[in-house]
Structures are given as C-alpha cells and as structure tokens.
Ligand binder design. Structure first.
Ligand code: F3S
Length: 62
C-alpha cells in the first residue's frame, strides 16, 4: 500500500504527521507522504491519519 497527500487539498493541520510520522511529514505548511510502500506495521497508523485528515487529502491505495 502507498500513501499520497493531495497538495491542493492539504491545509497543513499536521494531524497526519502526528499520528503516523513514519509515513507523513511536513514540508513547509503541507504534508508529504514517503514514497514507496508503507511498512506493514505502519499501515494502521497511516489509515488512522487518512481518516483523521479534516479535508480528506490523504489517499491510501494498494
Ligand atoms: Fe494536510 Fe490532512 Fe495531513 S490537512 S497536514 S494531509 S491531516
């Protein structure tokens, strides 16, 4: 699974980086997802981050 942040939607609330810092970090005011597959042990946190995003900017895809 891979994570993506839509930079046109992200409002920089930082929740994703707080909930799943292994996958999401802030670059300036926007969140960026690490490229490549999400480590299996981080998938639940990445899904939590996607669900927590107030503007649904995060996609988790196979
Ligand atoms: Fe942006 Fe949503 Fe993360 S607004 S900082 S992608 S929780």
């Amino acid at each position: 699974m891979n994570a993506y942040v839509d930079p046109d939607l992200c409002i920089g609330c930082t929740q994703c980086a707080g909930l799943c810092p292994a996958v999401f970090h802030m670059e300036g005011v926007l969140a960026v997802a690490e490229p490549g597959p999400i480590p299996p042990e981080e998938v639940p946190q990445a899904v939590d981050a996607a669900n927590a995003c107030p503007v649904s900017a995060i996609r988790i895809e196979e």
